[in-house]
Design a protein around this ligand. Structure first.
Ligand code: GLC
Ligand code: GLC
Length: 812
């Protein structure tokens, strides 16, 4: 069953049934101020860091699900309703939610009134703007009582949820005119406050939650709304909220706009106060003034659209299949921006307090984003590298607010360093900016030990070389990309986290074949970089290590039909036919085939066939097979999950594209695209009841074939799946790939495709690409022309001349 439909022209997903199988959300803002918003206006806002600067409160895992948000209540004398159906849940005469690119429009109709709310964060603005439009569609004059609502969070989202003995006494607000200010802790150590305004005179307000709702009422039945009368309360402690009360009269056919601004301000120490205990409101008023008319708001929305027109014009495809085009051209790219902004921090599955920016995650995320805004990717690379240790090791995560490594989340994941090579190389190939390698970058944020980014790549490479195990394969450390393959934890205490418990690497023989494959792929990239910088001796040194690793993988990483996954603490195989459970894993098949290890001898084809046979399922490729059915203390968290979920034989979508790329290495376009479609959200729209999460974005995991409900997705939005799918489909399957010396066009498509068209803006030129496939092949180049002239190669030069060039490629 479907709950809506795509509007590709407007780049929107239009939900027309509010009872979606799970809240379907959107993100507002793309730089500093952010909001999450569901299809019924649930969600919250924060500034930069969802943990330390949470502006409005949200209760995860609540009953009912998705309670709390940016609500409007309308009392029309007959009924009390909300434009988004929730929280009142009064049946609406019509409902629609349009999730667009960084904006959401929710529209409800009841008793002759339409209430439409546009929510967005204007560019370069520390505020969310909400434009409420009320229209009287009836033939009589209608009087309405309208209440806005949002609930303040006491800034630190973690302590906000637990330290009630303090929290219930600290809340403070100020009310001036139509603006409600939240200033808890501003008196002491904070330099920031929040506010919620409306651009018309109000007839009342409330800021004390208990007075607004009544102590025993839910979001669906605020007492004040039912009584049609605000209490004009000023919160002192307990739970401060912000609610405006507006009386509205509408003639038949009349429409009125009300503009609300929910903002955040920081003031310098000596500019904090207007007078004793009265906050300095200057900046808030400036922002409010910027959006105090409908024309200004519409202009700001038009700017936001223009901004995205530009970002989404850099790579577009016309494949002849809408479901592919809308993902590649719109939603997958949008999701890449969102994962770039948030790593794994704030979604409806990630609470915004558990995790910051991941070293590994953010490097991968920026790979799907770098073509959009390379400067931001550049800055991110430097931020990430600044948290690295001098020996190449890393904090697993850092906090976005202070950009410092965060030890609470653990460390010692031995794949981490290599992803910095991926991030840096992706950036340089997109931009040609080798200069980034000369940037001085601190270690562990200590500027006194800053070295060039290139040196950071060297220590990243060497971190593997310096940490090899008994077979010459990389030691795994706490885990590799698979956070849950914890071969050195031996945890038997349910109260400790696998991610942070003691990492018993002393004397361990635990090695990772996946890191070995990763090392070959990014080690080669490192060698190539060295050569381009004229560092031939270093290139030769590194090449030797890479060559040795290839041999070691063939010798100790091959199981006969596929690549084994790892060796455990005691040096025993994992992911081998000899194992009772989990005989085969996806990660090593992905990385070793991407590296083309043993391609000539047929190892890649064999491994990929084994994936097809053992790991493929109706809903995607599962991570391992057979699933673990009991807890193995020597494997850790992976065997803690019930069979078919998460890292234990779930379809962990993040790694499916590795196999798709692997298939392109051996030229199997039919299979690569078959895998692509299985996890592609727009292909799953019809089975939304089962799939559950949004049909416009990827989820981290879909329950695998061993699960209770195969096909059910979880953890949508914040997943490396976004960037990896974009990377796989655009660079390897459509095959338009930035290289140091130009744009390589090397598609691998299904044999029944006649071709496709694409546009790529690249280093200051625009390429209009046409690929034709007269011989029904998947891969191979028969002919190339540029601007009508035959060209010798499929590596198209970076013209950088600001012009448009027509490139035609014939597959054969
Ligand atoms: C999560 C983590 C990512 C990890 C993956 C597999 O997505 O964010 O870092 O690689 O799980 O465990
Ligand atoms: C759990 C999850 C994994 C995630 C990790 C982050 O291990 O299974 O996906 O990366 O937590 O802490």
């Amino acid at each position: 069953m479907k709950y809506g439909y795509f509007d590709d022209k407007n780049r929107e997903y239009i939900i027309n049934n509010p009872r979606t199988p799970w809240p379907w959300i959107n993100y507002l803002g793309n730089e500093d101020f952010f909001s999450l918003i569901s299809n019924s206006a649930g969600g919250y806002s924060f500034y930069k860091d969802a943990k330390f600067r949470r502006i409005t409160r949200y209760r995860y895992n609540n009953v009912p699900m998705d309670s709390g948000g940016k609500y409007f209540y309308i009392n029309d004398g007959e009924s009390i309703w909300s434009p988004g159906w929730k929280p009142c849940k009064t049946e609406l005469d019509s409902y629609e939610c349009r999730h667009g690119i960084n904006y959401t429009i929710i529209k409800g109709e009841k008793n002759g009134i339409t209430a439409r709310v546009l929510y967005f964060v204007p560019l370069k603005t520390w505020a969310e703007v909400q434009k409420l439009t009320l229209t009287n569609n009836s033939k009589k004059v209608i009087k309405l009582k309208v209440f806005s609502f949002t609930e303040w969070c006491l800034w630190n989202a973690a302590s906000d949820m637990e330290n009630f003995q303090r929290n219930f006494s600290t809340g403070e607000v100020e009310i001036e005119g139509s603006v409600i200010y939240h200033k808890t802790e501003y008196k002491e150590r904070r330099d920031h406050y929040a506010y919620y305004s409306v651009n018309v005179p109000i007839q009342g307000y409330d800021t004390d939650r208990e007075s607004f709702f009544g102590l025993y009422n839910g979001f669906d039945e605020p007492q004040v709304v039912a009584e049609g009368k605000p209490k004009n309360t000023e919160a002192h402690g307990w739970s401060p909220i912000a609610s405006h009360f507006i009386e509205v009269e509408l003639k038949p056919g009349e429409s009125k706009d009300f503009i609300f601004v929910l903002g955040y301000v920081e003031n310098k120490e000596d500019e904090k106060w207007e007078s004793k205990n009265v906050i300095n409101k200057k900046k808030a008023k400036e922002t409010i003034a910027k959006f105090n008319t409908s024309a200004k708001v519409e202009a700001a929305l038009a700017d936001l659209r223009k901004y995205w027109d530009n970002l989404l014009s850099i790579y577009t495809v016309d494949s002849g299949d809408d479901r592919i085009d809308r993902m590649v051209n719109i939603w997958n790219q949008y999701q890449c921006m969102i994962t770039f902004c948030f790593s794994r921090s704030a979604s409806f599955f990630e609470s915004g307090i558990g995790r910051g920016m991941g070293f590994r995650d953010s490097n991968q995320d920026l790979t799907g984003f770098v073509h959009q805004i390379p400067e931001r990717a550049r800055e991110r690379i430097i931020d990430i590298a600044s948290t690295q240790f001098p020996d190449g090791g890393c904090y697993h995560q850092y906090q976005p607010l202070n950009k410092r490594g965060n030890n609470d989340i653990g460390g010692g994941f031995n794949d981490d360093p290599l992803w910095l090579i991926l991030g840096s190389v992706s950036y340089i190939k997109e931009t040609g900016d080798f200069g980034i390698l000369n940037e001085k970058v601190p270690f562990d944020n200590d500027v006194s030990v800053a070295r060039s980014l290139f040196d950071h790549l060297t220590v990243s490479f060497d971190h593997v070389v310096n940490n090899l195990g008994p077979h010459g394969l990389p030691l795994i450390g706490r885990a590799d990309w698979n956070d849950c393959l914890n071969l050195n934890c031996f945890s038997n205490d349910p109260d400790e986290s696998f991610q942070t418990t003691e990492n018993k690497t002393e004397g361990s023989k635990a090695e990772s074949v996946m890191i070995a494959g990763l090392f070959v792929v990014y080690g080669r990239d490192y060698v190539e970089l060295c050569k381009r910088l004229g560092k031939d001796a270093e290139a030769a040194r590194a090449q030797k290590h890479v060559d040795t690793m290839v041999d070691v993988i063939k010798k100790y990483g091959w199981d006969g039909e596929w690549f084994i996954r790892a060796y455990d603490y005691y040096g025993r195989k994992i992911g081998s036919n000899d194992n009772e459970e989990a005989k085969i894993f996806i990660e090593s098949q992905g990385w070793c085939t991407m590296a083309g290890i043993g391609k000539e001898e047929g190892l890649c084809t064999k491994a990929l066939n084994a994936v097809k046979e053992r790991l493929d399922s109706k809903y995607g490729i599962v991570l391992n097979n057979p699933a673990f059915t009991r807890y193995y203390i020597e494997y850790g968290e992976i065997s803690s999950y019930p069979a078919g979920y998460k890292e234990n034989a779930g379809v962990f979508c993040h790694n499916n594209p590795w196999i798709m790329i692997g298939e392109t290495v051996v030229g199997n376009g039919d299979r690569a695209w078959d895998y692509y479609k299985k996890i592609c959200p727009s292909y799953l729209e019809e089975i939304s009841d089962l799939h559950k999460t949004e049909p416009y974005v990827y989820a981290q995991m879909v329950a695998g074939k061993d699960a209770f409900k195969p096909g059910e997705a979880k953890n949508s939005w914040l997943t490396g799946t976004a960037s990896w799918n974009f990377y796989a489909v655009t660079q390897y399957m459509l095959g338009i790939r930035p290289e140091y010396d130009g744009l390589l066009i090397d598609p691998c498509i299904p044999t029944d495709w006649k071709g496709f068209k694409a546009t790529r803006k690249f280093r200051g030129a625009t390429y209009q690409i046409e690929v034709v496939n007269p011989d029904q092949k998947s891969k191979g180049i028969k002919e190339v022309t540029i601007d009508g002239m035959p060209y010798k190669s499929n590596l198209i030069p970076a013209f950088g001349d600001g012009k448009e060039h027509k490139v035609k490629v014939v597959i054969g």
